[in-house]
Design a protein around this ligand. Structure first.
Ligand SMILES: C[S@@+](CC[C@H](N)C(=O)[O-])C[C@H]1O[C@@H](n2cnc3c(N)ncnc32)[C@H](O)[C@@H]1O
Length: 381
C-alpha cells in the first residue's frame, strides 16, 4: 500500500482503494495480506475489483475463516445488549463498524437478512450464517441480499434470495410495539431500525400533542406517537402502499390510525397552512431523492423550503423533528438549511435534542463514513 493508505489502515480505516495498491495482485474474493510502506504488516482482507480493492477483516495475520467470522458476529451480538428493551427488530452486524466490512445483518424476530456489498464477499456467507445462528439461536428463515455496487445504497434494492426457511409477513416488536415487516423485501422490509432510539427518546414527549408525521412510510413514528398518548396523529406519505402497511401497524397495536393521507408532503403543508391547521409536533424524515407529480424532491436543496413550510403549521412552542439520512450533508449544512427555513417563515428554532442511531448501529470513529444521520429536535418560538 502507498504511504497514504498505510497511515489510514494504521488508524483503523478498513478500505484500500485501487490507486493505493503499489505492488501485488488483488483478485476478487481472494484473501489478501496487507503490507504498508516499509513492509509493516497491516492485516488481512478480501480482494475486490470495484471501487474498493481490499476490505480489511483482521489486523493480525490470522485466517478469515468460520471461527473468525463467528467471533466477530458474537462480539457484535454482545454490543447489542444496549438496545431498547422489548425489541426483536435490530441490526445485528453493522458492517465496517462491527469489523465485518461490507456485511450487514438485520434481525427480524426469528428471521435474518444478510446484506453483502459486493460479490467478492459471497464466499463468507456460509460462515456468517452459522455465526448468526450461534449468536441469536435457530432461525426460521435466512435471506441474502447481494448488492452489486455499494455506491448504489440509495438506488436499486439488492435482489433478495432465500437461503433457508421462508416467510412472508412477520410481526416484530420495537420497544414493545408491534410492526409488520417482510424480510424478503431486504432494505424495504418495512421498519427503519436506525430510528428506534429516536422513537424511544420521543416516547415521553407525545402526550396530548397534535402530531403531523410527514414522509410517514409504514407509520412507525405515528404508531409510537399514538401509543404514547398523542391526541391527534396525521400521517402523510406519497405511497398508498406504505400507508396501507401503516394502517396495519396501527391495527395490530389496537390503535386507531387517525388521518392517513396519500399525498405530496408540500401539498398537504400548503393546504394545512391555508386552513389554519396547526400541530405541536411535526416529524419530517424525507428520502434522499424522490419524484412526484408535484415535482422531484431534491434532498439537500429542498430543506429550507421544507422547514419553512413545516414551521407555518407549528404552534408557538411546538417542535420540529427533522431527520436527514444524506451522508453527504454535513451537520453544519443541515443546520444552515434549517436556519434559512426559519428565516423564511419568520420563526426561530432552538435545538433541544440531537439523536443518533442506537446501539445496534454503532459508528466506529475510525470510519467517519458511517455517521450519516442527522436527527434534530427543535423548539419553534
Ligand atoms: C426515509 S422514508 C421515511 C421513514 C419514516 N420516517 C420511518 O421512520 O419509517 C421516506 C418516505 O417518504 C415518502 N415520500 C417520498 N417523497 C414524498 C413526498 N413528496 N411527499 C410525501 N412522502 C414522500 C416515501 O414514500 C417514503 O415512505
Amino acid at each position: 500500500m502507498n504511504a497514504y493508505s498505510t497511515g489510514w489502515l494504521k488508524r483503523g480505516f478498513p478500505w484500500v482503494y485501487p490507486a493505493e495498491v503499489v505492488r501485488g495482485r488483488v483478485e476478487i474474493g481472494s484473501t489478501v495480506r496487507l503490507r504498508g510502506e516499509g513492509g509493516a504488516d497491516l492485516g488481512v482482507g478480501i480482494g475486490d475489483s470495484g471501487w474498493i480493492s481490499v476490505r480489511r477483516f483482521r489486523r493480525d495475520d490470522g485466517p478469515i475463516d468460520e471461527a473468525w467470522l463467528g467471533s466477530r458476529v458474537a462480539a457484535a451480538h454482545r454490543r447489542r445488549a444496549a438496545i431498547e428493551p422489548d425489541t426483536t427488530a435490530y441490526r445485528l452486524v453493522n458492517a465496517e463498524n462491527d469489523e465485518l466490512p461490507g456485511v450487514r445483518v438485520d434481525i427480524w424476530g426469528r428471521h435474518a437478512v444478510i446484506t453483502t456489498d459486493s460479490p467478492s464477499l459471497t464466499g463468507l456467507v456460509p460462515g456468517l450464517v452459522r455465526g448468526v445462528a450461534s449468536a441469536v439461536g435457530e432461525l426460521d428463515s435466512v435471506w441474502l441480499a447481494e448488492r452489486r455496487d455499494p455506491r448504489d445504497v440509495a438506488r436499486a434494492a439488492a435482489p433478495v434470495r432465500c437461503l433457508s426457511g421462508g416467510a412472508e409477513d412477520v410481526v416484530v416488536t420495537e420497544a414493545g410495539l408491534r410492526y409488520v415487516v417482510r424480510p424478503s423485501l431486504g432494505k424495504d422490509a418495512g421498519l427503519f431500525t436506525d430510528m428506534a432510539s429516536n422513537r424511544a427518546w420521543l416516547a415521553r414527549h407525545w402526550r396530548g400533542a397534535r402530531v403531523l408525521n410527514l414522509f410517514a412510510h409504514t407509520g412507525a413514528f405515528s404508531v409510537s406517537a399514538r401509543a404514547n398518548g398523542a391526541e391527534e396523529v396525521v400521517s402523510v406519505d406519497l405511497s398508498e402502499g406504505y400507508l396501507t402497511r401503516a394502517r396495519r401497524n396501527f391495527e395490530i397495536n389496537g390503535l386507531e390510525p387517525g388521518e392517513l393521507l396519500a399525498e405530496d408532503a408540500f401539498k398537504v403543508l400548503d393546504r394545512f397552512r391555508r386552513q389554519g391547521r396547526i400541530f405541536d409536533r411535526v416529524v419530517v424524515d424525507p428520502p434522499g431523492f424522490s419524484h412526484s407529480e408535484a415535482g422531484a424532491w431534491q434532498g439537500e436543496k429542498e430543506w429550507p423550503r421544507l422547514a419553512a413550510a413545516c414551521l407555518r403549521v407549528i404552534a408557538p412552542g411546538g417542535w420540529l423533528v427533522a431527520a436527514s439520512n444524506l451522508g453527504s450533508q454535513s451537520p453544519k449544512a443541515f443546520g444552515g438549511a434549517l436556519q434559512e427555513g426559519a428565516e423564511r417563515a419568520g420563526r426561530e428554532l432552538r435545538l433541544i435534542h440531537e439523536g443518533t442511531p442506537g446501539a445496534d448501529h454503532p459508528a466506529a470513529l475510525h470510519f467517519p463514513e458511517s455517521r450519516y444521520l442527522k436527527f434534530w429536535v427543535m423548539e419553534a418560538n
